[in-house]
Design a protein around this ligand. Structure first.
Ligand code: CP
Length: 330
């Protein structure tokens, strides 16, 4: 019996958007204001300077990963550990009672009996929002299907701020799977406060969904769509945000085979790029960034992943209502 079928039939009323969430949760980047984003960036900077702070003493955090993860789960768990809290949870759903048919609602209600905070990744869009509707425990969305990945966005914004010295007036080029890539969806929405110019580079099958282009139109954001990954676009960019083609979201594997190798970045393509250009990627990568880029000073994706620890320390403290400037020992 597949747990996915069980969840989809019993939790069929999952919604992508709702207003009646519990208030300290982070479900969508759209839930937080410009000031809150800037405040979280400052707090991430604080944790980069002071990563070991025992301010979660007595707190228990659950990491519920219904989909695979390396960086998000391990950096969240490291963040809790470095802050002196404790972690319970699972990374293999087949070992849980979901595999016996327990619904997402019941799983969330059970875990809420044990913990102060739930961090959840789920393959269904809207699952994190739904979780906030069945518990009073704060929920952090660690990725819901192709929808949102707000903690990734915070580490992306922190990385952009660190490398560019600002968030405003930047040219951001997003390349690859813009249809299923939840990281680009969240990042696009967060950047609405900072007057970006976007270039979207994708084939017709994987182009930026209409709802996000409408979001750009509604917020007065400039964007240009390209099917060719041209030198001209690279040379205009301040940030080159590469993404993996998300094989797990395709229903037709032949379509995945057709599009999986369309966009590849090699080191020589950066030769005439702006000095401040940085290459970001949420990772994991498959073949969209060649290994020869790794040693280029404009490659920033491994540092970007490290920034995830600090950004997630800040997010966890915000969700738990902890004022780090009062509680931290510095
Ligand atoms: N960027 C990201 O979400 O990576 P993981 O899937 O490894 O968590």
């Amino acid at each position: 019996m597949g747990y996915s079928l069980t969840l989809q039939s019993q939790d069929i009323h999952i919604r992508k958007h709702s207003n009646d969430m519990n208030s300290n949760s982070l479900v969508s980047i759209d839930d937080i204001s410009r000031d809150e984003i800037l405040d979280l960036i400052e707090r991430a900077r604080f944790f980069e300077e002071h990563p070991d702070q025992k301010i979660l003493d007595g707190k228990v955090v659950a990491t519920l990963f219904f989909e695979p993860s390396t960086r998000t789960r391990l950096s969240f768990e490291t963040a809790v550990n470095r802050l002196g809290g404790r972690v319970i949870g699972f990374s293999d759903v087949s070992t849980t009672s979901s595999s016996k048919g327990e619904t997402l609602k019941d799983t969330i209600k059970m875990v809420s009996n044990y913990v102060d905070l739930i961090i959840m990744r789920h393959y269904l869009e809207g699952a994190a929002r739904y979780a906030t509707e069945v518990t009073d425990v704060p929920v952090i969305n660690a990725g819901d299907g192709a929808n949102q990945h707000p903690s990734q966005t915070m580490l992306d914004l922190y990385s952009i701020s660190k490398t560019q010295g600002r968030l405003d007036n930047l040219t951001i080029t997003m390349v690859g799977d813009l249809k299923y890539g939840r990281t680009v969806h969240s990042l696009l929405m967060a950047l609405r406060y900072f007057n970006p110019t976007f270039h979207f580079v994708a084939c017709d099958e994987l182009k930026m969904p209409k709802e996000y282009k409408e979001f750009c139109d509604a917020n007065g954001l400039r964007y240009y769509e390209h099917t060719e990954f041209s030198q001209d676009v690279i040379n205009q960019s301040d940030i080159l945000y590469m993404t993996r083609v998300q094989r797990e979201r395709f229903t037709d594997i032949m379509e995945y085979e057709r599009v999986k190798n369309l966009y590849n970045l090699h080191a020589s393509m950066l030769d005439d790029s702006k000095p401040n250009l940085r290459v970001l990627h949420p990772l994991p990568r498959v073949n969209e960034i060649a290994q020869d880029v790794d040693d280029n000073p404009k490659a920033y994706y491994f540092e970007q992943a490290r920034n995830g620890l600090y950004a997630r320390q800040a997010i966890i403290c915000k969700a738990l209502g902890i004022d780090i400037y009062k509680e931290a020992a510095v």
